[in-house]
Design a protein around this ligand. Structure first.
Ligand code: SIN
Length: 535
């Protein structure tokens, strides 16, 4: 079936929903999400959204912190734009119903959190479940817009571009016309035709064995955009969050950096604090430095985790400020008012992505990208904590303003889009291949493309992942698609892109640390890496 809409939004996190809500003022919007609408990376964000609202804070300070954290690779213009436009966008979220935690003394003021790399308290939060509160309000708001239809359990398979339908003259710009979308409940691939497509599918944490990300984070948007011919930048910069709960039964539970913002101290298992040996900001140093310090200490001691000590804070404070973390720890037998929390680094955020300009535009006309899937230049080589939600709301707004100014939005309506062609595919009788390859990719990426890399490790990873990609490709064309197979194909493609970018960068900077080039090399490498299909 062909479904026609003015705007096709892929993803239902903060980026996708903010854009959808705005776009619904102008036309019909189809929001496509591969699971339930609430299931997005945004939903799991604990810390909050960084914005200058405090009396003693300033744009200059937020800009400086972002640039410093980005280790010489942020785009200064984008940083200035996101930081200065951020407060207005966060006010908009509040008018849309998001309830950030208010101060103890003055309810008119917000309680501002602090996280690594920030020199001021500037993180608006909703206790320790900010993402969940934002998602709740946005879903409610989107539900009120009669122009928005949300398609749950619909998995975007491939973008449809003009170049797929007819040959374009040499050097001509391609145009995005929609996407093929797999209805996972009814096993049917629909054609969605749209005037504008917004890619807001989030990140790719599942490429690694240990991640703070939910199961949906399989890099679908990156892989799809790559196949369609967009430029992908800086994928070597995978942020490892220093503190994921380390417990055999706790699956990917994040211990927010906001705990260290409230004085939490990282200690070795024998109780010794160690961050003072690594950075003057100690436990609140930028994330790349803290994660690498933990990694180094674990290698030295042979331990599998370190400890985060919050025992200097009262039980009453911990319960009130961090109710979800307090409750989860207790569930696993850890009383954080008394016991130090066992933690280890885990893949958390993809700082690179589909290259976009200040309006969320990609190199394919009418294809926009926003949120973790995109690379605007804000994060550089290492994202400052809580800057990602801010980036999402600012770019979603700008993308919408850009769309409004594009007078010629049509011009391709006469082109007919063929329905999805399943070829000669038959149902698979070897699903075990999917699970084996899935495990192998994640193990390989964790062993060879983690916090510390080397040329040899990257080479090894490249050979293995390249082989797996070939295998999956063969399998993909022979068997009927399933959600598992689509995710596996995307995961493998993203793993390959990460390695490709990491192999290019012959220096160490921010989140990319290669022991063969341990220094930052501004002469040769103060630039983004970029990959593009067929280039
Ligand atoms: C955290 O709460 O530590 C995560 C916040 C972020 O990744 O920005």
């Amino acid at each position: 079936m062909e479904i026609q809409t003015d705007f096709l939004v892929l993803g239902s996190g903060i980026a996708g929903l903010c854009f959808a809500i705005k776009a619904s003022a102008t036309g019909t919007v189809a929001v496509v999400t591969k699971k339930e609408k609430i299931e997005s990376n945004t939903n799991y964000s604990q810390g909050g959204i960084a914005a200058v609202t405090g009396e003693h804070d300033s744009f200059a300070s937020h800009i400086r912190d972002t640039l410093e954290c980005g280790d010489g690779l942020c785009s200064k213009d984008i940083v200035r734009m996101v930081v200065t436009e951020g407060p207005e966008r966060t006010r908009e979220l509040i008018t849309w119903g998001v309830e950030f935690t208010r101060g103890e003394i003055y309810a008119s003021e917000f309680d501002l959190g602090k996280e690594g790399g920030h020199s001021h308290r500037r993180v608006l939060h909703a206790d320790d479940q900010t993402g969940r509160e934002i998602e709740r309000a946005l879903i409610e708001k989107a539900g009120d817009q009669k122009n928005i239809t949300i398609y749950e359990n619909h998995f975007a398979v491939n973008l449809i571009c003009e170049s797929h339908l007819r040959e374009l003259p040499e050097g001509a710009e391609d145009t995005c016309l929609g996407a093929y979308v797999f209805d996972t409940m009814n096993n049917y691939v629909h054609t969605f035709r749209a005037r504008f497509v917004m890619l807001a599918t989030g990140g790719s944490g599942k490429v690694y064995l240990i991640t703070t990300n939910p199961d949906i984070a399989t890099g679908d948007g990156i892989a799809m955009a790559y196949r369609a011919g967009t430029e992908i930048s800086n994928m070597e910069f995978i942020q490892f969050h220093p503190t994921c709960l380390y417990h055999p039964e706790a699956k990917s539970f994040l211990i927010s950096e906001a705990l260290r913002g409230e004085g939490g101290i990282l200690r070795l298992k024998n109780g010794t604090p160690f961050m003072e040996r690594y950075h003057p900001m100690k436990d609140l140093a930028p994330r790349d430095i803290v994660a690498r310090a933990i990694d180094a200490e674990l290698k030295k001691t042979g331990d599998d985790h370190v400890l985060l000590d919050m025992s200097h804070r009262s039980r009453q404070f911990l319960k009130k400020r961090f109710p979800a973390i307090y409750g989860t720890c207790l569930q696993f037998g850890i009383d954080m008012a008394v016991d130090a929390i066992p933690v280890a680094p885990a893949a958390h955020y993809q700082c690179g992505g589909v290259a976009i300009n200040a309006f969320g535009e990609t190199n394919i006309r009418r294809l926009f990208a926003c949120g973790e899937v995109a690379c605007s230049g804000l994060h550089g080589a290492n994202r400052l904590a809580s800057n990602s939600l801010l980036e999402a709301v600012v770019i979603a707004h700008r993308a919408y303003s850009r769309v409004c100014s594009m007078a010629d939005a049509g011009g391709h309506d006469h082109l007919s889009i063929p329905p999805w062609n399943p070829g000669g595919a038959t149902p698979s009788d070897e699903s075990v291949l999917v699970s084996h390859n899935w495990e192998e990719i994640r193990l390989c990426m964790s062993n060879y493309v983690g916090i510390v890399r080397s040329d040899k490790r990257l080479e090894r990873a490249w050979r293995r992942i390249d082989l797996i990609c070939q295998e999956i490709n063969e399998y993909y064309w022979n068997f009927t698609i399933t959600a598992d197979l689509l995710e596996l194909r995307n995961l493998a493609a993203v793993a390959k892109i990460i390695i490709e970018c990491a192999r290019m960068r012959k220096e160490s900077r921010g989140l990319h640390y290669n022991i063969d080039y341990p220094e930052r090399d501004d002469i040769n490498w103060r630039k983004d890496t970029a990959v593009m299909k067929g280039r």
